[in-house]
Ligand binder design. Structure first.
Ligand code: KG4
Ligand code: ZN
Length: 392
């Protein structure tokens, strides 16, 4: 481990030197801790990245139960943080900042992680840095591919589906968002409907691999629209109808009893529709991005982030789109698409380097957990968006 390089009292608008961050992520159903270093050249190093999934605890209920999530975070966070420190070969003396996700997400879990971070910060005399989970996803490309703003971001996760103009660290302008379900939610509901288990996205992707994407006609909501938003509720309803049509049981209360080939065709057709919608909406956002961005070097960079960015079919479709439009596509490795604490630590390091963290201030201690915390606070709310518990 490198020695501590950060001096309390530093408040320059751009900071140099290296910074080492211990980060905690507990916004949904993964308990995660990581140690990340940003060196003086601005390069990121993941010294440890520990993620514990809670799926086994939630599986009997068919979805994430907020109360169970909070308790499960509480039960293991101590061990996860200790593992992150020991894997990194670090003790508290090596850590400059303690970062924790403060939102958006499930408040119970957020409170567990954020209060743990505050306690640790008080005990060790380090600053605590509350981080927006979405900013973690948004900036991961700097950690993995050295990609810095400005760039166009397609954020696709369990609670969000947005196109965002990332102007600089801390400066985000939303272009489009979903007016109803998030894309990850649509994958999860499709999986539930077809009795594929959880997590839904990977299960649908696996089944789709053996299906025919042209087998079932499904709608392409919002395609061709002049407005920039997404919608997936109609697609979900169409998938339900297709499942009912293919089911051998007429009782809607029972799990649909569908032949495996039909399930594969529904999944493949769903993925095909999703690809068409995302490509169309991203192409629309590219037009907005090009009209508003002047930086030539980065001008044509599309970053895809969030859990659904792990979907290979979507990555292939975006690769084709970028080939056709002259964009560079940047997609994090699969392990950094889904929720993790390395991205939270990196966001804290980037905010520190950009002079957005006042080390002398107690502000980190006063900020509390936020169920909703949009990246672009000035963006207009859209009709229908904002389901309870969504990471909006
Ligand atoms: O970013 P994330 O881990 O958590 C949130 O911030 O929401 O995203 C989780 C979402 C879930 O809906 C999950 O089903 C979806 O990402 N997901 C996928 C895949 N892997 C995860 N969706 C489609 N294909 C995948 N391979
Ligand atoms: Zn996430």
């Amino acid at each position: 481990m490198k020695e501590k390089t950060l001096n309390a009292g530093e408040n320059a608008s751009q900071r140099s030197g290296s910074v080492t961050v211990l980060a905690i992520e507990t916004s949904c159903d993964e308990t995660a801790a990581a140690v990340v270093r940003r060196d003086a050249a601005g390069t990121g190093h993941i010294l440890s990245n520990v993620v514990r999934s809670q799926w086994a605890e939630h599986a009997p209920y068919g979805g994430v139960v907020p109360e169970i999530a909070a308790r499960a975070h509480l039960a293991c966070l101590d061990d996860i943080v200790a593992e992150a420190l020991s894997t990194a070969g670090a003790d508290h003396d090596h850590i400059d900042l303690i970062a924790a996700t403060a939102g958006p997400g499930l408040v119970g879990g957020l409170l567990v992680g954020l209060n743990f971070a505050k306690g640790l910060a008080l005990a060790t005399g380090k600053p605590v840095v509350p981080i927006n989970h979405l900013e973690g996803h948004a900036l991961t490309c700097g950690l993995t591919d050295q990609v810095r703003p400005p760039f166009l971001l397609l954020l696709v996760s369990g609670g969000h589906t947005q196109t965002i103009l990332v102007e600089a660290v801390g400066h985000y302008r939303r272009i489009g968002t979903t007016i109803d379900d998030a894309l990850g939610e649509a994958f999860d509901k499709t999986a539930k409907l077809l009795d594929l288990g959880a997590p839904g996205g990977p299960a649908v992707e696996k089944m789709a691999a053996t299906g025919n994407g042209d087998a079932i006609p499904l709608p392409r909501p919002m395609v061709g629209r002049a407005e920039p938003n997404f919608s997936f509720a109609g697609l979900k309803t169409a998938v339900r109808r297709a499942a009912q049509a293919a089911s051998k049981t007429s009782d809607e209360q029972q799990p649909a009893d569908i032949a495996e080939t039909s399930v594969a065709d529904i999944c493949a057709s769903f993925q095909m529709a999703v690809g068409d919608v995302v490509v169309d909406r991203t192409r629309h956002a590219m037009g907005v991005f090009e009209a508003t961005t002047r930086d030539d070097e980065n001008r044509k960079t599309l970053v895809v982030a969030g859990g659904v960015a792990a979907n290979q079919n979507l990555r292939d479709r975006l690769t084709d789109l970028c080939d056709a439009t002259g964009y560079r596509l940047v997609a994090p490795p699969l392990s950094l698409c889904s929720d993790n604490a390395a991205m939270i630590g990196w966001a804290a390091a980037e905010r520190w380097a950009s002079g957005l963290i006042d080390l002398d201030s107690e502000i980190g201690f006063t900020q509390t957990a936020r169920a909703r915390w949009p990246l672009d606070a000035d963006a207009e709310p859209v009709l229908g968006h904002g389901r309870l518990g969504a990471k909006a």
